[in-house]
Design a protein around this ligand. Structure first.
Ligand code: SAM
Length: 435
């Protein structure tokens, strides 16, 4: 039988999960899943609140830690509850006193530190919850807006859905999901948004909806939908999705192409590619050929594609809202590896573009070294490619809509939570000169 926990027990559980993550170097989802498995009495409501506490504590780890003057996990969780969630000190003290499963009561030192959190003025990396070593990159990307961008990446994300126009239309999906309070997206006509709920609020489990099972919609951030629309793929084209992974962009492009022409979905990692088969079926997509690296080659596609889409492996700095633990786990070594991967992926993928064809490079990173720098270096070495402005394409695809603030002189664009209310996403369009 499920017994509902009280907030004291939930705070203790969140502390336990974060300690487990730290000592065993585990991702938040894994630690939360294991906690749930060994505490079967906890109901889904309890798990939601514990998860929210864990993720919010991670989102604001640097700013809360700096304001508290300690990196102590207990202090971090209690500050999340009292300060970030706005429950206040009186409520916190009441919760710690009333529940025998709650963490120990506050010491006088803790009371003083917690009460002072909101009054402390921070700046730089700590204020924006960006790891110190990445702060120079943030400043290079955003200048005086680095603080605002870091803070926006530390907020909760909405659930975004992409209506699958092969099977449904936005009005129908909005109507079917009315109980989840959806709103239309800002840019893509296919986008539907369920805004984040504050504090202990629970987001709907949209994968349990009938419409999801029937393939009427997919879970996909609006930024991903936007880059698929900006790719310029047309009905009947030959397209190579070089880093197709689970197929998010493949599916979006297949819908733009109205199931006509051909998309070749490739990924170096066949395990990453595995979910695509079931997703293609559910979405009713018929113009995708999966090219599994273990059993097929891409040789026949050399210099033959109208568009090659490169959703490059990256640091994931643009999706910190959704994976706040990845922000603190990212290391300088891992970033260097991703930069090297991007370099080689882009060069390899370019070999499949036909003369006059398009090369699309996107990342879910906001760091210049993974974005502008990669494109600059590539163009300097590949005279047969030239920039084609993503900004100009934006104007054609989203006429009258707010334009991306961050754009290069070439017209590459960077979307961010603070400016477009999407995940952080970079998009550059290149064109191979005609033969
Ligand atoms: C950002 S993810 C792709 C996400 C996917 N496009 C989607 O929309 O769901 C990057 C992908 O690049 C793949 N990758 C890494 N190195 C690669 C390489 N050398 N060639 C092809 N794919 C590669 C990874 O396995 C990973 O699945």
């Amino acid at each position: 039988m499920e017994l509902s926990m009280r907030d004291g027990g939930r705070l203790a559980a969140a502390i336990e999960v974060l300690q487990d993550m730290e000592t065993r170097h585990r991702p938040a989802q894994v630690a939360l899943r294991d906690w749930g498995a060994s505490h079967r009495f906890a109901g889904s409501g309890d798990r939601t609140v514990i998860g929210n506490l864990v993720f919010d504590a991670l989102r604001h780890k640097a700013s809360l830690g700096a304001a508290l003057g300690t990196a102590d996990i207990r202090a971090l969780v209690l500050a999340t509850y009292a300060h970030t969630w706005g429950m206040g000190m009186d409520k916190l003290e009441e919760v710690l006193t009333a529940d025998p499963h709650a963490p120990d009561r506050l010491s006088e030192t803790e009371k003083t530190a917690l009460a002072g959190v909101s009054a402390i003025n921070l700046d730089g990396a700590a204020a924006s919850d960006v790891p110190e070593w990445l702060w120079p990159s943030f400043q290079a990307a955003f200048g005086t807006c680095a603080l605002a961008e870091g803070r926006a990446l530390a907020q909760r994300a909405p659930i975004d859905l992409r209506v699958n126009t092969l099977k449904a239309d936005p009005e129908r999906v909005l109507e079917r999901l009315r109980h989840t309070h959806p709103v239309p997206g800002t840019f893509a006509a296919t986008a539907i948004r369920i805004k984040p709920r504050p504090g202990s609020g629970r987001m709907p489990h949209v994968q349990a909806e009938e419409g999801y099972r029937k393939g009427w919609f997919e879970l996909q951030d609006e930024a991903s939908q936007i880059v698929a629309l900006l790719s310029g793929v047309n009905v009947g084209d030959q397209v190579l999705d070089f880093c197709a992974g689970g197929g998010g962009k493949t599916l979006a492009m297949a819908a733009v192409m109205e199931n006509k022409g051909q998309i070749y979905a490739h990924d170096a990692d066949r395990l990453r590619l595995a979910p695509i088969h079931e997703r293609l079926q559910r979405a009713g997509v018929r113009n995708v050929q999966v090219r599994d690296p273990a059993s097929s080659s891409l040789d026949d596609l050399k210099e033959g594609m109208d568009t090659v889409f490169v959703d490059a492996p990256c640091s994931g700095t643009g999706v910190w809202r959704r994976r706040p633990d990845s922000k603190w786990r990212l290391s300088e070594g891992a970033l260097k590896d991703r930069i090297a991967d991007q370099r080689s992926v882009l060069r390899e993928a370019a070999g499949f573009v036909k003369p006059g064809g398009n090369l699309v490079y996107v990342t879910c990173s906001v760091l210049p070294e993974e974005n502008d720098h990669q494109i600059e270096e590539f163009l300097a070495e590949h005279a047969q490619f030239q920039p084609a402005s993503a900004l100009a394409r934006w104007r054609a695809v989203f006429p009258g809509k707010v334009e991306p603030v961050y754009r290069s002189t070439r017209g590459d664009i960077l979307l961010t939570p603070a400016t477009t209310e999407t995940d952080g996403f970079f998009c550059a369009l290149l064109k191979r000169k005609p033969a």
